[in-house]
Design a binder for this molecule. Structure first.
Ligand code: GCB
Length: 611
């Protein structure tokens, strides 16, 4: 009880802090935006590269927004009123970028660009009488200032989570203009911080929509099995306002459920039902039920799967049965562009590559991937580890940095809480031990549990070595559900792969071990013996010997080796073997399977038979 109260207090103080910071509150994100009536604002947006931010600041570096008129910035989208007037920018003849999409993959001069860019799109709207309009962004990396018809509607920080603004009072009948100032500069106090091992793709990377809803609409819902009583479907429907006594119907026809509820004084209707029979979701048969939520004014249709996930001792139980997580880590990148995944086809391709490896599990590293990706995982039968970009050495002592991390975690959980595929919330990756880091990370663990107590909470930890013993004793391990760590025996340490098999592990926790990373680089098509760095044979030997070493861990219950496919990273400089690519993929960017792919696949075939 005390723990619960603490979590609530933490959550409330966080909300007020975020409001003070001007970020949208957690409750602002609509559930299932793609299932709504919407005007897509995807497509071509005009853009202006503005490294000096002259569209935002005057020559004394004062924001135009602070001037008495608030005018003067590029968000005015101004044209000279006659031939005498000086205006030093113009969107109409500016080039265009595809949205959704990062800018780096769309113009050579933007490939390595980190800074400020302006986007503009016009659209025509025939306003329907009594509707509300929500301007919804799937993700913008990293800081977005959004203007509608010349006026600011708000800003958002965080490159991988959705945000929205209610623009009902700002829209015109007829032509409207949205301008977005996007800045992907890396900064020490942000999440992630300056140092990562992936490409800092900037821009409006995910869908933009204008969502039309009824005045009284279904803003959010959670429909999942009850953790403590798995024969029961429990949850709530939340309206966009706090109207009491509104009738809400939840219909899951195939499960024989059609219940009429009534909202309470917060506009929320909670429920618990015991369906007579329910087919549970699992990777081998990813059953999804059609779910409809209806009010007099609004209808939302979703597809939801039901399953349980828990740990007992060192077992992971999916629907009460032990499971081995046959996983692989992956980035949100289409290696063929290369750039962020844009279409559902791109996403399906990568998840199919994981299935071809006989995976039942993917680690969507190191930040929230697209909501469509998670929905595809639901459909294709892949379990998911979802993560926020608390990565390496961030500013542990800065309260704003913490608030930002907690907001990203809350938004991720709010967005994906109905996805059966998601079984793990990860609060970070390879964070170095210190008291400040422990405080930060343990608070995030408590936040994750306070938002959602029905999934596992984890983090990818670090190990250290004494002689041939690999030690994991990070006390964060006490608070989380899985023992997950990254270890690079045979690549960053331990000599050549054939010498690593006799390393042993000393793990301080009796919990399921799910190795979050191991691996090594190979340039596809480059061959040598098993001691030749970058050769496919070296990587193959590394997988053979890693698996020998890891099999000896009696509590091993899964893994997500690093990584599905080579990915772009500015840290990877070798001109012959890397050329800005991290080569630890089991697939080359072309889709070619490297030799190590077959080693892992046959291990997974064996694990599938054993479980
Ligand atoms: C890690 C990181 C991952 C890197 C990988 C590597 O431990 O978690 O983001 O890309 O190592 O390749 O070094």
């Amino acid at each position: 009880m005390r723990y619960l109260r603490c979590c609530c207090l933490l959550f409330c103080s966080l909300l007020s802090l975020l409001k003070a910071l001007g970020q949208p509150a957690v409750s602002d994100i609509i559930q299932h935006p793609l299932g709504r009536h919407l005007v897509s604002l995807n497509g071509n947006w005009n853009y202006i590269i503005d490294p000096y931010e002259m569209g935002y600041y005057d020559y004394r570096r004062e924001p135009f927004e602070n001037s008495p008129s608030g005018r003067g910035g590029f968000y005015d989208d101004r044209l000279p009123k006659d031939k005498t007037e000086l205006v030093e920018y113009e969107f109409d003849h500016a080039p265009t970028l595809q949205v959704p999409g990062d800018w780096n993959s769309q113009a050579p001069e933007l490939a390595l660009y980190e800074g400020n860019t302006w986007y503009r799109r016009k659209f025509t709207l025939n306003r329907a009488g009594d509707k509300r309009y929500i301007l919804y962004f799937g993700a913008v990396n990293y800081e977005a200032h959004v203007y509608l018809n010349g006026r600011k509607v708000g800003m958002h920080k965080g490159g991988f989570t959705p945000f929205q603004f209610d623009v009902t009072d700002r829209l015109k009948d007829g032509e409207n203009t949205v301008v977005v100032k996007v800045d992907n500069s890396r900064r020490q106090d942000e999440i992630p911080t300056v140092n990562t091992d992936w490409w800092n793709y900037g821009g409006i990377t995910r869908d933009v929509s204008l969502i039309e809803v009824a005045q009284r609409y279904v803003a959010d819902y959670r429909i999942q099995l009850d953790r403590n009583d798995p024969a029961t479907i429990a949850g709530y429907v939340q309206l966009g306002d706090s109207a009491a006594g509104v009738q809400v119907t939840v219909d899951i026809a195939e499960a024989g459920i059609r219940e009429v509820l009534e909202t309470d004084a917060d506009g929320r209707a909670a429920f618990r039902w015991k369906p007579r029979k329910l087919e549970l979701w699992q990777p081998e048969s990813p059953k999804l039920y059609d779910v409809r939520i209806l009010t007099a004014e609004d209808t939302v249709a979703d597809r939801i799967g039901f399953r349980t996930i828990e740990t007992r001792g060192h077992e992971i139980l999916l629907n009460g049965k032990p499971i081995f997580l046959r996983g692989i880590s992956m980035h949100d990148e289409n290696p063929m562009l290369p750039g962020r995944l844009r279409s559902e086809g791109d996403m399906r391709m990568l998840l199919q590559w994981a299935k071809d490896l006989n995976c039942n599990y993917v680690r969507l590293a190191h930040y929230p991937h697209n909501e469509k990706m998670v929905r595809l995982a639901d459909e294709m039968g892949l379990l998911v580890w979802a993560e926020i970009p608390v990565y390496w050495t961030i500013s542990w002592e800065n309260p704003h940095t913490y608030a930002n991390a907690a907001q990203q975690l809350a938004d991720l959980i709010r967005r994906d809480k109905n996805r059966a595929s998601v079984i793990v919330w990860s609060v970070g990756n390879e964070t170095p031990l210190s008291d400040a880091r422990y405080t930060f990370m343990s608070r995030l663990v408590a936040e994750a549990r306070a938002h959602d107590d029905s999934r596992l909470v984890a983090a990818a930890l670090e190990v250290h070595r004494e002689g041939k013993t690999v030690i994991l004793n990070d006390s964060l391990g006490e608070l989380i559900d899985l023992v997950s760590f990254n270890e690079y025996a045979g690549w960053y340490w331990g000599g050549t792969p054939d010498g690593i098999a006799d390393y042993t592990f000393d793990i301080a926790f009796d919990k399921p071990v799910v190795i979050s990373e191991f691996g090594g680089g190979a340039l596809a098509g480059f061959h040598g013996d098993s001691h030749t760095r970058w050769s496919e044979e070296y990587q193959e030997s590394l997988y053979i010997n890693q698996l020998k070493m890891l099999r000896a861990i009696p509590t091993l219950r899964g893994m997500t080796p690093w990584v599905l496919v080579d990915f772009r990273s500015p840290r990877r400089q070798h001109p012959v073997y890397q050329d800005f690519w991290n080569r630890k993929g089991l697939y080359a960017p072309t889709g070619h399977k490297k030799k190590a792919f077959f080693i892992l696949k046959s291990f997974y075939d064996e694990m599938e038979a054993a479980y």
